[in-house]
Design a protein around this ligand. Structure first.
Ligand code: PHE
Length: 345
C-alpha cells in the first residue's frame, strides 16, 4: 500500500457525482460495501506491520470518513430516480399567480346602502325579475294606458294578455309583494336588477340596478321621510352632506319629490360633476299613495308610509366619478381592477 493508493481513491471520491438515489447507492457499495474500494484498502492495511500501520492509520481513516460523509451528503441532496413514464413535475417550482377577484362597484355600493338601512331597522326583500303588469304597474296606481307607463319603456315577455309578463322596470314591484305578504309595520329595502327599453349610451342602459325602500306604519309623515333620507345621505356621502327636495311626480306616491345631495366634490361651489349647481340628484321619493296601500290590502285610513328609490350605478358614478355607465357592464378587467382595494377578505 502506498499513500498514492489512498490519494487516488480520495480524488475519485472528490470527483464523484450522482444524479439520483440509485447512483448514490451504487457509489456507496463501490466505496464502502463489503467488496468496496475503501474496504479493500482496510484489508490491505490489516496485513501491514507496525510501522506501516503507523504510517497509513490516519490517512486511511480520514479517507473512510470522507467517503461516508460524501455518501451521506449525496443521500440528502440528490433526487429520486425518475420514472420515465411519470409526468415531469418539479414540485419546487413556484406556483402560478392566482388573480384574486374583486367586488363589482355596483355590489360594493349595494352592500353599503343595505348596511346603512339595516342599521335603521330595515329588512331586505327580493322578488322576481320577470314580473307581471299588475305588480309593476297596476298595483302601483298606473291605470291601463296611463301616460306614466311611458316613463319606463318596458320589455314585454308576453302580450295580448290582460296581465302580461314583463321584465320589471323598477323594484317597486317587490314593495307591492311585501305589502301583500307582511303585516304592518313594514320596513324594507329592495335591491335588484331592473330593465328598461332604452338606447345604450354613457348615461342610459337597458339593464341597471336599484334599491328601493318602503316604510309603512301608523302616523308616518313626510317629516319622517325627509329625516330618514337626510340620515342616509350623511352616512353615505359624509356628515356635512345636505339634501334638498324638489317636487316631482310618480303615480304611486303623493306628494312626490326628487332628492338632491350637496356636491361632495365642490361643497356647493359648483364643479363639472354637479354641472355648476352644487347639487347632485340621487333618488326619487314620496308618501305612498293611499290607492297603493289599499290595493295591497292595507287600511289607508289607519296607516301611511313613504317610499324611495335610487339607481345604484348612479350612486357608484358619483362615488367614484365614473363618467360612462357602460363601464359597469363590459367587464373590462382594467376597470374592475380599479376596485380591488375594496375587497373584504
Ligand atoms: N320607482 C321609481 C323609479 O324607478 C323610484 C321611486 C321609488 C320613486 C319610490 C318614488 C318612490 O323611478
Amino acid at each position: 500500500m502506498t499513500i498514492q493508493d489512498i490519494e487516488k481513491v480520495q480524488a475519485e471520491l472528490d470527483a464523484l457525482q450522482c444524479s439520483n438515489q440509485k447512483e448514490v447507492e451504487e457509489a456507496r457499495v463501490r466505496f464502502l460495501g463489503k467488496k468496496g474500494i475503501v474496504t479493500a484498502l482496510f484489508e490491505e492495511f490489516r496485513e501491514l506491520d507496525k510501522d506501516g500501520k503507523k504510517e497509513f492509520g490516519r490517512p486511511i481513516n480520514t479517507l473512510k470518513q470522507a467517503a461516508q460523509a460524501k455518501i451521506d451528503e449525496l443521500k440528502e441532496t440528490v433526487g429520486q430516480v425518475q420514472d420515465a413514464s411519470a409526468p415531469k413535475v418539479d414540485l419546487s417550482m413556484p406556483g402560478d399567480d392566482m388573480d384574486l377577484g374583486s367586488r363589482h362597484p355596483v355590489s360594493i355600493v349595494r352592500q353599503e346602502i343595505v348596511q346603512i338601512f339595516r342599521k335603521f331597522g330595515y329588512d331586505v326583500a327580493e322578488g322576481p325579475e320577470i314580473e307581471d303588469d299588475y305588480h309593476v304597474f297596476e298595483a302601483l296606481n298606473f291605470p291601463p294606458n296611463h301616460p306614466a307607463r311611458d316613463m319606463q319603456d318596458t320589455f314585454f315577455v308576453s302580450s295580448g294578455h290582460p296581465n302580461p309578463l314583463l321584465l320589471r322596470t323598477h323594484t317597486s314591484s317587490v314593495q307591492v309583494r311585501t305589502m301583500e305578504k307582511e303585516n304592518v309595520p313594514i320596513r324594507v329595502v329592495c335591491p335588484g336588477r331592473v330593465f328598461r327599453n332604452e338606447a345604450i349610451s354613457a348615461r342610459a342602459h337597458c339593464i341597471f340596478h336599484q334599491i328601493e325602500g318602503l316604510y309603512v306604519d301608523e302616523g308616518v309623515t313626510f317629516a319622517d321621510l325627509k329625516q330618514s333620507i337626510l340620515l342616509f345621505a350623511r352616512e353615505m356621502f359624509g356628515p356635512q352632506t345636505e339634501i334638498r327636495l324638489r317636487p316631482s311626480y310618480f303615480p304611486f306616491t303623493e306628494p312626490s319629490a326628487e332628492v338632491d345631495v350637496s356636491c361632495n366634490i365642490c361643497h356647493g361651489k359648483g364643479c363639472n360633476i354637479c354641472k355648476g349647481t352644487g347639487w347632485l340628484e340621487i333618488m326619487g321619493c314620496g308618501m305612498v299613495d293611499p290607492n297603493v296601500l289599499e290595493a295591497s290590502g292595507i287600511d289607508s285610513s289607519k296607516y301611511s308610509g313613504f317610499a324611495f328609490g335610487m339607481g345604484l350605478e348612479r350612486i357608484a358614478m358619483l362615488k367614484w366619478r365614473v363618467n360612462d355607465l357602460r363601464h359597469y357592464f363590459e367587464n373590462d378587467m382594467r376597470f374592475l381592477k380599479e376596485f380591488e382595494a375594496s375587497i373584504e377578505v
